[in-house]
Design a protein around this ligand. Structure first.
Ligand code: SF4
Length: 403
Protein backbone atom coordinates (compact mmCIF):
# COMPACT_ATOMS: atom_id res chain seq x y z
CA UNK A 1 0.00 0.00 0.00
CA UNK A 2 1.00 3.59 -0.65
CA UNK A 3 1.89 6.27 1.91
CA UNK A 4 -0.69 7.56 4.37
CA UNK A 5 -0.20 10.95 2.68
CA UNK A 6 -2.17 9.61 -0.29
CA UNK A 7 -5.39 9.32 1.72
CA UNK A 8 -5.33 12.88 3.08
CA UNK A 9 -5.19 15.45 0.27
CA UNK A 10 -5.69 19.16 0.68
CA UNK A 11 -7.68 20.68 -2.19
CA UNK A 12 -10.90 22.27 -3.38
CA UNK A 13 -14.24 20.51 -2.96
CA UNK A 14 -16.84 19.41 -3.56
CA UNK A 15 -15.59 16.07 -4.89
CA UNK A 16 -12.24 14.32 -5.14
CA UNK A 17 -13.35 12.22 -8.11
CA UNK A 18 -15.55 14.83 -9.83
CA UNK A 19 -13.61 18.04 -9.08
CA UNK A 20 -10.01 17.32 -8.00
CA UNK A 21 -9.47 14.47 -10.51
CA UNK A 22 -10.88 16.39 -13.54
CA UNK A 23 -8.84 19.46 -12.52
CA UNK A 24 -5.68 17.36 -12.50
CA UNK A 25 -6.62 15.71 -15.83
CA UNK A 26 -7.10 19.16 -17.40
CA UNK A 27 -3.68 20.28 -16.18
CA UNK A 28 -2.09 17.10 -17.58
CA UNK A 29 -3.79 17.70 -20.92
CA UNK A 30 -2.55 21.31 -21.06
CA UNK A 31 1.00 20.03 -20.39
CA UNK A 32 0.56 17.50 -23.18
CA UNK A 33 -0.53 19.90 -25.94
CA UNK A 34 1.99 22.56 -24.90
CA UNK A 35 4.86 20.07 -24.90
CA UNK A 36 3.87 18.77 -28.34
CA UNK A 37 3.21 22.21 -29.80
CA UNK A 38 -0.11 21.12 -31.30
CA UNK A 39 -2.05 23.71 -33.32
CA UNK A 40 -5.79 23.94 -32.60
CA UNK A 41 -8.58 26.49 -32.34
CA UNK A 42 -10.92 24.72 -29.92
CA UNK A 43 -10.85 22.22 -27.03
CA UNK A 44 -13.86 19.95 -26.59
CA UNK A 45 -14.19 18.16 -23.27
CA UNK A 46 -16.70 15.31 -23.09
CA UNK A 47 -17.90 14.12 -19.69
CA UNK A 48 -19.26 10.58 -19.63
CA UNK A 49 -21.49 8.56 -17.33
CA UNK A 50 -21.32 9.68 -13.66
CA UNK A 51 -19.29 12.76 -14.62
CA UNK A 52 -22.08 13.72 -17.03
CA UNK A 53 -24.97 12.94 -14.67
CA UNK A 54 -23.58 14.73 -11.62
CA UNK A 55 -20.88 16.92 -13.19
CA UNK A 56 -22.81 20.18 -12.86
CA UNK A 57 -23.62 19.59 -9.21
CA UNK A 58 -20.02 18.60 -8.47
CA UNK A 59 -18.70 21.69 -10.36
CA UNK A 60 -16.79 19.47 -12.81
CA UNK A 61 -17.58 21.70 -15.81
CA UNK A 62 -16.81 24.86 -13.81
CA UNK A 63 -13.34 23.72 -12.70
CA UNK A 64 -12.46 22.56 -16.24
CA UNK A 65 -13.66 25.83 -17.80
CA UNK A 66 -11.72 27.87 -15.25
CA UNK A 67 -8.56 25.86 -15.90
CA UNK A 68 -9.00 26.27 -19.69
CA UNK A 69 -10.03 29.93 -19.47
CA UNK A 70 -7.29 30.99 -21.92
CA UNK A 71 -8.67 28.71 -24.63
CA UNK A 72 -11.86 28.33 -26.67
CA UNK A 73 -13.50 25.48 -24.79
CA UNK A 74 -16.74 23.53 -25.10
CA UNK A 75 -18.05 21.02 -22.53
CA UNK A 76 -20.27 18.16 -23.70
CA UNK A 77 -22.31 16.02 -21.28
CA UNK A 78 -22.62 12.55 -22.80
CA UNK A 79 -25.28 10.59 -20.87
CA UNK A 80 -25.55 7.73 -23.36
CA UNK A 81 -22.14 6.29 -24.20
CA UNK A 82 -21.23 3.42 -21.90
CA UNK A 83 -17.70 3.67 -20.58
CA UNK A 84 -15.78 1.03 -18.68
CA UNK A 85 -15.27 3.38 -15.73
CA UNK A 86 -18.07 5.76 -14.61
CA UNK A 87 -15.71 8.73 -14.24
CA UNK A 88 -14.36 9.07 -17.77
CA UNK A 89 -13.56 12.34 -19.57
CA UNK A 90 -12.18 12.93 -23.05
CA UNK A 91 -10.30 15.95 -24.34
CA UNK A 92 -10.31 16.66 -28.11
CA UNK A 93 -8.22 19.33 -29.80
CA UNK A 94 -10.00 20.64 -32.90
CA UNK A 95 -8.73 22.66 -35.81
CA UNK A 96 -11.41 23.91 -38.22
CA UNK A 97 -13.87 21.40 -36.68
CA UNK A 98 -11.56 18.41 -37.25
CA UNK A 99 -10.08 16.49 -34.32
CA UNK A 100 -6.29 16.74 -34.43
CA UNK A 101 -5.51 15.10 -31.11
CA UNK A 102 -7.36 13.42 -28.21
CA UNK A 103 -6.75 12.01 -24.80
CA UNK A 104 -9.08 10.15 -22.43
CA UNK A 105 -8.63 10.16 -18.68
CA UNK A 106 -10.32 8.29 -15.86
CA UNK A 107 -10.81 9.87 -12.48
CA UNK A 108 -10.38 6.84 -10.27
CA UNK A 109 -11.29 8.44 -6.92
CA UNK A 110 -9.47 10.28 -4.15
CA UNK A 111 -8.25 12.88 -6.69
CA UNK A 112 -6.29 10.36 -8.76
CA UNK A 113 -6.45 10.13 -12.53
CA UNK A 114 -5.26 7.58 -15.02
CA UNK A 115 -4.83 8.01 -18.76
CA UNK A 116 -6.97 5.52 -20.64
CA UNK A 117 -4.90 2.73 -22.19
CA UNK A 118 -1.69 3.84 -20.50
CA UNK A 119 -0.13 1.75 -17.79
CA UNK A 120 -0.59 3.64 -14.56
CA UNK A 121 2.48 5.13 -12.92
CA UNK A 122 2.32 2.94 -9.88
CA UNK A 123 2.35 4.92 -6.66
CA UNK A 124 5.26 3.42 -4.70
CA UNK A 125 4.31 0.90 -2.03
CA UNK A 126 5.25 1.83 1.51
CA UNK A 127 3.40 -1.00 3.26
CA UNK A 128 3.80 -4.64 2.26
CA UNK A 129 0.23 -5.50 3.23
CA UNK A 130 -3.30 -4.36 2.43
CA UNK A 131 -5.20 -6.46 4.95
CA UNK A 132 -5.79 -5.69 8.60
CA UNK A 133 -4.83 -9.20 9.75
CA UNK A 134 -1.44 -8.83 8.06
CA UNK A 135 -1.01 -5.38 9.61
CA UNK A 136 -1.53 -7.05 13.00
CA UNK A 137 1.23 -9.53 12.22
CA UNK A 138 3.63 -6.69 11.43
CA UNK A 139 2.79 -4.97 14.69
CA UNK A 140 2.51 -7.94 17.09
CA UNK A 141 3.61 -6.44 20.41
CA UNK A 142 5.23 -3.36 18.91
CA UNK A 143 3.98 0.19 18.97
CA UNK A 144 1.70 1.00 16.00
CA UNK A 145 2.93 4.56 15.50
CA UNK A 146 6.59 3.53 15.85
CA UNK A 147 6.03 0.97 13.11
CA UNK A 148 4.34 3.51 10.81
CA UNK A 149 7.15 6.05 11.42
CA UNK A 150 9.75 3.39 10.64
CA UNK A 151 8.35 2.71 7.15
CA UNK A 152 7.12 6.15 6.09
CA UNK A 153 9.58 8.90 5.16
CA UNK A 154 10.37 11.61 7.68
CA UNK A 155 8.19 14.23 5.97
CA UNK A 156 5.01 12.47 7.17
CA UNK A 157 4.76 14.35 10.48
CA UNK A 158 5.07 17.77 8.82
CA UNK A 159 2.61 16.72 6.15
CA UNK A 160 0.03 15.59 8.72
CA UNK A 161 0.60 18.76 10.74
CA UNK A 162 -0.52 20.66 7.60
CA UNK A 163 -3.49 18.28 7.28
CA UNK A 164 -4.59 19.03 10.87
CA UNK A 165 -4.33 22.80 10.18
CA UNK A 166 -6.27 22.50 6.92
CA UNK A 167 -9.00 20.39 8.57
CA UNK A 168 -9.39 22.93 11.38
CA UNK A 169 -9.38 25.83 8.89
CA UNK A 170 -12.20 24.20 6.92
CA UNK A 171 -14.22 23.82 10.15
CA UNK A 172 -13.52 27.38 11.30
CA UNK A 173 -14.34 28.86 7.90
CA UNK A 174 -17.59 26.91 7.85
CA UNK A 175 -18.50 28.06 11.37
CA UNK A 176 -17.99 31.68 10.38
CA UNK A 177 -19.90 31.54 7.11
CA UNK A 178 -23.53 32.31 6.40
CA UNK A 179 -25.75 32.20 3.32
CA UNK A 180 -26.41 29.16 1.19
CA UNK A 181 -24.47 26.42 -0.62
CA UNK A 182 -25.17 24.23 -3.65
CA UNK A 183 -26.26 27.04 -6.00
CA UNK A 184 -29.89 26.71 -7.14
CA UNK A 185 -30.55 24.17 -4.41
CA UNK A 186 -29.92 27.02 -1.95
CA UNK A 187 -29.17 24.89 1.07
CA UNK A 188 -28.90 27.18 4.09
CA UNK A 189 -25.64 26.99 6.04
CA UNK A 190 -26.45 25.97 9.60
CA UNK A 191 -23.08 24.98 11.14
CA UNK A 192 -22.87 28.25 13.06
CA UNK A 193 -26.41 27.82 14.48
CA UNK A 194 -25.68 24.28 15.64
CA UNK A 195 -22.40 25.48 17.20
CA UNK A 196 -24.28 28.17 19.17
CA UNK A 197 -26.78 25.53 20.34
CA UNK A 198 -23.85 23.41 21.53
CA UNK A 199 -22.39 26.27 23.55
CA UNK A 200 -25.70 26.78 25.38
CA UNK A 201 -26.34 23.08 26.05
CA UNK A 202 -25.88 21.92 29.68
CA UNK A 203 -26.02 18.14 29.19
CA UNK A 204 -22.49 16.96 28.46
CA UNK A 205 -23.30 14.20 26.01
CA UNK A 206 -25.79 16.34 24.05
CA UNK A 207 -23.16 19.09 24.00
CA UNK A 208 -20.58 16.71 22.50
CA UNK A 209 -23.09 15.51 19.90
CA UNK A 210 -23.90 19.09 18.91
CA UNK A 211 -20.25 20.17 18.76
CA UNK A 212 -19.29 17.19 16.61
CA UNK A 213 -22.33 17.79 14.40
CA UNK A 214 -21.58 21.49 13.96
CA UNK A 215 -17.97 20.75 12.99
CA UNK A 216 -18.99 18.07 10.49
CA UNK A 217 -21.56 20.47 9.00
CA UNK A 218 -19.00 23.29 8.89
CA UNK A 219 -16.39 21.33 6.90
CA UNK A 220 -19.05 19.76 4.65
CA UNK A 221 -20.72 23.11 3.94
CA UNK A 222 -17.30 24.47 2.97
CA UNK A 223 -16.87 21.47 0.69
CA UNK A 224 -20.30 22.01 -0.89
CA UNK A 225 -19.31 25.58 -1.69
CA UNK A 226 -16.06 24.50 -3.40
CA UNK A 227 -13.85 25.61 -0.47
CA UNK A 228 -10.53 24.08 0.59
CA UNK A 229 -10.93 20.83 2.53
CA UNK A 230 -8.97 17.64 3.27
CA UNK A 231 -10.03 14.36 1.67
CA UNK A 232 -10.52 11.79 4.43
CA UNK A 233 -10.81 9.64 2.48
CA UNK A 234 -12.77 11.77 -0.08
CA UNK A 235 -13.95 15.34 -0.39
CA UNK A 236 -17.61 14.34 0.00
CA UNK A 237 -16.79 12.68 3.32
CA UNK A 238 -14.32 15.35 4.51
CA UNK A 239 -16.45 16.36 7.52
CA UNK A 240 -16.07 13.21 9.62
CA UNK A 241 -12.34 13.33 10.44
CA UNK A 242 -12.25 17.15 10.33
CA UNK A 243 -14.92 17.23 13.04
CA UNK A 244 -13.06 14.79 15.30
CA UNK A 245 -9.72 16.52 14.80
CA UNK A 246 -11.20 19.94 15.60
CA UNK A 247 -13.10 18.62 18.64
CA UNK A 248 -10.07 16.89 20.14
CA UNK A 249 -7.70 19.77 19.43
CA UNK A 250 -9.91 22.72 20.40
CA UNK A 251 -12.53 21.38 22.82
CA UNK A 252 -10.53 18.69 24.59
CA UNK A 253 -7.14 20.43 24.16
CA UNK A 254 -5.42 17.21 23.12
CA UNK A 255 -1.81 17.65 22.07
CA UNK A 256 -1.37 18.07 18.28
CA UNK A 257 1.27 15.32 18.19
CA UNK A 258 -1.26 12.79 19.58
CA UNK A 259 -3.78 13.87 16.97
CA UNK A 260 -1.21 13.44 14.19
CA UNK A 261 -0.37 9.95 15.48
CA UNK A 262 -4.06 9.02 15.58
CA UNK A 263 -4.43 10.23 11.97
CA UNK A 264 -1.68 7.77 11.02
CA UNK A 265 -3.76 4.88 12.40
CA UNK A 266 -6.97 6.07 10.71
CA UNK A 267 -4.92 6.52 7.52
CA UNK A 268 -3.99 2.82 7.55
CA UNK A 269 -7.70 1.91 7.83
CA UNK A 270 -8.52 4.22 4.90
CA UNK A 271 -5.72 2.74 2.78
CA UNK A 272 -6.84 -0.84 3.45
CA UNK A 273 -10.39 0.04 2.32
CA UNK A 274 -9.06 1.91 -0.73
CA UNK A 275 -6.84 -1.00 -1.78
CA UNK A 276 -9.18 -3.89 -0.99
CA UNK A 277 -12.51 -2.27 -1.94
CA UNK A 278 -13.11 1.34 -2.98
CA UNK A 279 -13.44 4.82 -1.53
CA UNK A 280 -15.42 6.13 -4.51
CA UNK A 281 -19.18 6.77 -4.42
CA UNK A 282 -19.47 6.19 -8.16
CA UNK A 283 -17.87 2.75 -7.81
CA UNK A 284 -19.41 1.45 -4.57
CA UNK A 285 -21.93 4.02 -3.29
CA UNK A 286 -21.80 6.14 -0.16
CA UNK A 287 -20.79 3.16 2.00
CA UNK A 288 -17.38 3.64 0.32
CA UNK A 289 -17.24 7.33 1.27
CA UNK A 290 -19.10 8.03 4.52
CA UNK A 291 -18.80 4.36 5.59
CA UNK A 292 -15.02 4.51 5.10
CA UNK A 293 -14.78 7.90 6.82
CA UNK A 294 -16.72 6.56 9.84
CA UNK A 295 -14.48 3.53 9.96
CA UNK A 296 -11.39 5.75 9.86
CA UNK A 297 -12.95 8.03 12.50
CA UNK A 298 -13.58 5.07 14.82
CA UNK A 299 -9.92 4.03 14.45
CA UNK A 300 -8.80 7.62 15.13
CA UNK A 301 -10.77 7.72 18.39
CA UNK A 302 -9.44 4.34 19.57
CA UNK A 303 -5.88 5.47 18.78
CA UNK A 304 -6.31 8.73 20.74
CA UNK A 305 -7.54 6.60 23.65
CA UNK A 306 -4.51 4.25 23.39
CA UNK A 307 -6.70 1.24 22.71
CA UNK A 308 -5.36 -2.06 21.38
CA UNK A 309 -5.07 -3.02 17.72
CA UNK A 310 -7.88 -5.56 18.26
CA UNK A 311 -10.14 -2.80 19.57
CA UNK A 312 -9.18 -0.57 16.62
CA UNK A 313 -10.18 -3.39 14.25
CA UNK A 314 -13.43 -3.93 16.18
CA UNK A 315 -14.43 -0.25 16.09
CA UNK A 316 -13.50 0.17 12.41
CA UNK A 317 -15.46 -2.94 11.52
CA UNK A 318 -18.60 -1.84 13.43
CA UNK A 319 -18.60 1.58 11.75
CA UNK A 320 -18.29 0.07 8.26
CA UNK A 321 -20.65 -2.86 8.87
CA UNK A 322 -23.50 -0.56 9.78
CA UNK A 323 -22.90 1.61 6.73
CA UNK A 324 -23.19 -1.34 4.32
CA UNK A 325 -25.55 -0.72 1.42
CA UNK A 326 -25.52 3.05 1.81
CA UNK A 327 -26.29 4.50 -1.61
CA UNK A 328 -24.90 7.62 -3.27
CA UNK A 329 -27.85 9.70 -4.45
CA UNK A 330 -27.05 13.40 -4.05
CA UNK A 331 -30.07 15.62 -4.76
CA UNK A 332 -29.55 17.36 -8.14
CA UNK A 333 -25.99 16.01 -8.11
CA UNK A 334 -24.87 18.57 -5.53
CA UNK A 335 -22.67 17.30 -2.71
CA UNK A 336 -25.06 18.82 -0.19
CA UNK A 337 -28.16 16.71 0.43
CA UNK A 338 -27.80 14.11 1.89
CA UNK A 339 -24.03 14.60 2.07
CA UNK A 340 -23.70 17.36 4.69
CA UNK A 341 -26.00 15.66 7.20
CA UNK A 342 -24.51 12.29 6.33
CA UNK A 343 -21.08 13.52 7.42
CA UNK A 344 -22.60 14.50 10.77
CA UNK A 345 -24.23 11.07 11.10
CA UNK A 346 -20.90 9.55 10.07
CA UNK A 347 -19.01 11.22 12.90
CA UNK A 348 -21.61 10.09 15.45
CA UNK A 349 -21.38 6.54 14.12
CA UNK A 350 -17.61 6.74 14.47
CA UNK A 351 -17.98 7.86 18.07
CA UNK A 352 -20.51 5.13 18.93
CA UNK A 353 -18.35 2.49 17.26
CA UNK A 354 -15.40 3.60 19.39
CA UNK A 355 -17.57 3.34 22.53
CA UNK A 356 -18.73 -0.14 21.50
CA UNK A 357 -15.12 -1.23 21.06
CA UNK A 358 -14.21 0.21 24.43
CA UNK A 359 -17.13 -1.13 26.45
CA UNK A 360 -18.58 -4.10 24.57
CA UNK A 361 -15.69 -5.81 22.77
CA UNK A 362 -14.50 -7.40 26.04
CA UNK A 363 -17.66 -9.53 26.29
CA UNK A 364 -17.46 -11.12 22.84
CA UNK A 365 -15.03 -11.21 19.96
CA UNK A 366 -16.24 -9.62 16.73
CA UNK A 367 -17.92 -12.30 14.62
CA UNK A 368 -17.28 -10.25 11.49
CA UNK A 369 -13.64 -9.20 11.09
CA UNK A 370 -12.59 -5.89 9.58
CA UNK A 371 -11.12 -7.58 6.47
CA UNK A 372 -14.43 -9.47 6.01
CA UNK A 373 -16.54 -6.34 6.08
CA UNK A 374 -14.23 -4.58 3.60
CA UNK A 375 -14.67 -7.52 1.20
CA UNK A 376 -18.46 -7.47 1.71
CA UNK A 377 -18.52 -3.72 1.13
CA UNK A 378 -16.79 -4.21 -2.22
CA UNK A 379 -19.19 -7.00 -3.24
CA UNK A 380 -22.20 -4.95 -2.12
CA UNK A 381 -20.92 -2.01 -4.16
CA UNK A 382 -20.51 -4.20 -7.26
CA UNK A 383 -24.12 -5.43 -6.91
CA UNK A 384 -25.55 -1.98 -6.25
CA UNK A 385 -27.71 -0.58 -9.05
CA UNK A 386 -25.73 1.92 -11.15
CA UNK A 387 -28.52 4.50 -10.68
CA UNK A 388 -27.62 4.60 -6.99
CA UNK A 389 -23.91 5.22 -7.51
CA UNK A 390 -23.38 8.97 -7.98
CA UNK A 391 -25.54 9.38 -11.06
CA UNK A 392 -28.45 11.21 -9.41
CA UNK A 393 -30.87 9.00 -11.35
CA UNK A 394 -32.58 7.40 -8.35
CA UNK A 395 -33.13 7.47 -4.61
CA UNK A 396 -33.10 10.80 -2.79
CA UNK A 397 -31.74 12.43 -5.94
CA UNK A 398 -35.22 12.22 -7.50
CA UNK A 399 -36.85 14.35 -4.80
CA UNK A 400 -38.17 17.64 -6.23
CA UNK A 401 -36.43 16.90 -9.52
CA UNK A 402 -38.35 19.70 -11.21
CA UNK A 403 -36.52 22.48 -9.26
S1 SF4 B 1 -24.12 10.68 -1.10
FE1 SF4 B 1 -22.18 10.12 -0.09
S2 SF4 B 1 -20.88 9.28 -1.73
FE2 SF4 B 1 -22.56 10.42 -2.70
S3 SF4 B 1 -21.73 12.47 -3.08
FE3 SF4 B 1 -22.79 12.50 -1.08
S4 SF4 B 1 -21.17 12.02 0.43
FE4 SF4 B 1 -20.35 11.45 -1.59
Amino acid sequence: MESIKEIYKIGNGPSSSHTMGPLYATKCFIDFFKKNNIKFDKIRVTLYSSLAWTGKGHLTDKIIKETLKDYNCEIVFDYKTLTEHPNTLKFDLLLKDKIVSSKTYISIGGGYIKENGVEEDKIPDVYQFSKFELFKQYIQNNDIVEFIDSVEDESLNDYLSGVVDAMCNSVEKGLNASGTVAFELEVKRVAKDIFEEAQKEKDESVRRTLFLTSYAYAASEENASGGVIVTAPTAGSCGVLASLVHYYLHNLKIDKKRIIDALKVSGIIGLIIKNEASISGSVAGCQAEIGSASSMGAAFLCAIDNMSLNQIGYASEVALEHSLGLTCDPVHGYVAIPCIERNAMGVLRAYDSYLYAKHISKYRDAYVKFDDVVKVMRETGMKMNEDLKETSRAGLAKINKEV
